[in-house]
Design a protein around this ligand. Structure first.
Ligand code: GLU
Length: 482
């Protein structure tokens, strides 16, 4: 096992966002590529935002996608616990250490004061929201306030002048002036750490080598680096992933479509397609290839092929990938999925055996994007047509069609268990006898057995339905369409 240790560190505030899936995936890919360790850490220090069941949902979704973590909740390694609310003592110890060393300080400012201050500073266009009022309180003042039991937080001291430069695997060099940074709260009045302290402490003690996360965390990184420096800890390699955008280049949001992985899962997207799709939101292999399985991604992934510019979330591409991955699935897997779909959607009232369903799968494979399409695009394999497409009826059903199909039905009835070829020659033979074109039989026949004008090969349909069902459908169509 190499020294590469990456982590996905979500807050359990609800569902897994597709952007979160991408962050998890890139962390997973780098760890696996380098024979390292992929860690799941739950960042639940903001107890007010915690949602019941969210952690279980996150774990379930990651497992569904195949991103198995090596260490994390329920999979304890040497660096646990992996849930931040179970590590509070460690954060408190670290925060107090910084106070003792003069790198952080107690702040007793009331919420009321802070709120007013914030408004004033915004109005005066001053950077930051805090005026460092408590930064230079004397030891005696602090002791007195403590004695009086005044609520307090701990803030880190941000250097007052100069700038900080750090390297990011994707953005290369990033420079920021200290002046724009607030003296960030690191320990809240309830004794819980803020994200900034907890993330640094955990990434250090969990020996994280690469911090790969979304671009929205880039402005926080300088604060984290100050903390690393104060503690005297080695920096991990940072990598901030580009934003996810809607096709109109606005930030990907719920308003314009689904953002939860579980929504895509429910809609019937395959995990292979979603993982493949999400991998390409910011990364590419450097050539034309687009179809990748997780194992291929592990082999090919490198951070230096991740781009800086926003990645557009293009749902048509996802659909195309779903189509391609479904086509690549082994038949037994597709059969399982189709049976599962039939069970859940209670289509028709008949039981369909495996050989029948396999025939349907073979006939429809090149035409379906989702498993549900087997039923939606070819409902006639599951129940006889309830209605006939009026446009096709108008175009394809002639006044003589009933008479022609009746003769054809009789011809079919005389066959034992016809093969596709036998259906075909019976149809040709009937056309000759009636002195009509093959098409005069083919089109109304397709309509009679399927209710629609397009689909897989007509003789494939007849063969799958079987002789009795084919004849039954011819008779009903004649009755209904006369
Ligand atoms: N808890 C943060 C989140 O919810 C993690 C940010 C990070 O990876 O440092 O995304």
């Amino acid at each position: 096992m190499s020294g590469v240790r990456t982590r996905f560190a979500p807050s359990p505030t609800g569902f897994l966002h597709v952007g979160g899936l991408r962050t998890a995936l890139y962390n997973y890919l780098l760890a696996k590529k380098e024979k390292g360790t992929f860690i799941l850490r739950i960042e639940d220090t903001d107890q007010s935002r915690k949602v019941e069941g969210a952690m279980e949902n996150l774990v379930d979704t990651l497992e569904w996608a195949g991103l198995h973590f090596d260490e994390g909740p329920g999979r304890e390694g040497n660096f646990g616990p992996y849930i931040q609310s179970q590590r509070i003592n460690l954060y408190q110890k670290c925060a107090h250490q910084l106070v003792e060393e003069g790198k952080a300080y107690y702040c007793f400012c009331t919420l009321d004061r802070l709120e007013k201050l914030r408004e004033q500073r915004i109005a005066a266009k001053l950077p930051g929201s805090y005026d460092r009022n408590c930064r230079d309180l004397s030891k005696v003042d602090v002791q007195e306030k403590m004695k009086r039991g005044e609520p307090h937080v701990i803030r880190m001291k941000v250097p007052l002048a100069g700038e900080l430069t750090f390297s990011d695997a994707i953005r290369e060099k990033v420079t920021i002036a200290y002046a724009v940074l607030d003296d960030q709260v690191i320990l809240k009045s309830d004794g819980y750490p803020t994200y900034h302290l907890a993330v640094v402490v955990d990434d250090h003690f969990m020996k994280i080598s690469h911090v790969i996360r979304g671009e929205e965390w880039l402005p926080s990184t300088p604060k984290h680096i100050i903390l690393y420096n104060y503690f005297g800890w080695e920096l991990p390699q940072f990598a901030h992933l580009p934003l996810l955008l809607n096709p109109d280049k606005s930030k990907l949001s719920k308003r314009q479509g689904d953002v939860a992985v579980e929504d895509y899962r429910e809609k019937g997207y395959l995990k292979e397609a979603l993982v493949n799709f999400v991998a390409f939101l910011g990364w590419n292999p450097g050539d034309e290839r687009e179809l990748f399985f997780l194992e291929d991604l592990v082999k090919e992934f490198t951070l230096d092929r991740v781009g800086k510019s926003g990645a557009v979330f293009n749902i048509e591409k996802l659909d195309w990938l779903n189509f391609e991955h479904l086509r690549k699935k082994p038949e037994p897997d597709v059969l399982c999925m189709l049976k599962d779909h039939l069970k859940r959607s209670a289509v028709g009232d008949k039981h369909f055996d495996d050989p029948y369903l396999l025939n349907v799968i073979r006939a429809m494979r090149e035409r379906v994007t989702f498993v549900k399409d087997f039923v939606e695009k070819s409902p006639y394999f599951f129940q006889s047509p309830k209605e006939y497409d009026p446009v096709d009826v108008k175009k394809r059903w002639k006044p003589e069609s009933s008479k022609y199909l009746k003769t054809l039905g009789e011809e079919f009835a005389a066959l034992a268990t016809p093969t596709k070829e036998e259906y075909e020659s019976a149809l040709h033979h009937t056309a000759q006898t009636l002195k009509i074109k093959n098409g005069d039989l083919i089109h109304p026949l397709r309509l009679a057995v399927s209710g629609m004008g397009t689909g897989p090969g007509l003789y494939d349909i007849l063969f799958i339905l079987g002789k009795d069902e084919t004849i039954r459908r011819i008779i009903s169509a004649i009755e209904i369409l006369y």
